[in-house]
Design a protein. Structure first.
Length: 154
């Protein structure tokens, strides 16, 4: 039996559409599972240690403690700000915060949104950050350094 014109297209559609829907649904499930695996891959112990450094940075900023901020970073830390470009090295990054202190932006409030493992000794933290009227989403890379965790890139 030969199918002609419109009937042939309807027959094709009958099997193509369910196959398309099945593929689409499988894609959504795989993506959701991949995201779920990323969010639980940082151990509770590492998460706690990184959160402690995250909070120490915020607390140091709020009391205008440049040495406290410096203690949360590696020597080769890098910070990128959209309006100011790169600061390379702990001393240059801390100098930026000293300038922030002069501008008196207000207290900093940070909230961790996500935490992802990066390799065997890194953790990426995505956060909301507010300092006075300044608001941004931030990404900070923390690395295992000298028996603890320090920020390497923000």
């Amino acid at each position: 039996m030969e199918l002609s014109g419109k009937r042939w297209k309807n027959e094709q559609f009958r099997w193509q559409f369910p196959v398309f829907l099945a593929g689409f649904a499988i894609g959504l499930v795989v993506r959701a599972l991949a995201q779920e695996q990323n969010t639980v891959a940082v151990s509770a112990d590492v998460r706690s240690q990184v959160e402690a450094v995250f909070v120490k940075f915020q607390d140091s900023y709020n009391v205008r403690d440049a040495e406290g901020i410096a203690s949360t970073m590696t020597l080769d830390a890098v910070e990128m700000r959209s309006g100011a470009g790169l600061a390379i090295g702990r001393q240059a990054v801390v100098a930026r915060f000293l300038q922030d202190f002069k501008e008196n932006l207000g207290p900093m409030v940070n909230t961790i949104l996500q935490m992802y493992p990066v390799g065997s000794d890194g953790v990426c933290v995505i956060a909301d950050s507010h300092a006075g009227a300044w608001k941004a989403h931030t990404m900070t890379l923390y690395v295992s350094s000298g028996g603890g965790w320090k920020s390497k890139m923000a």
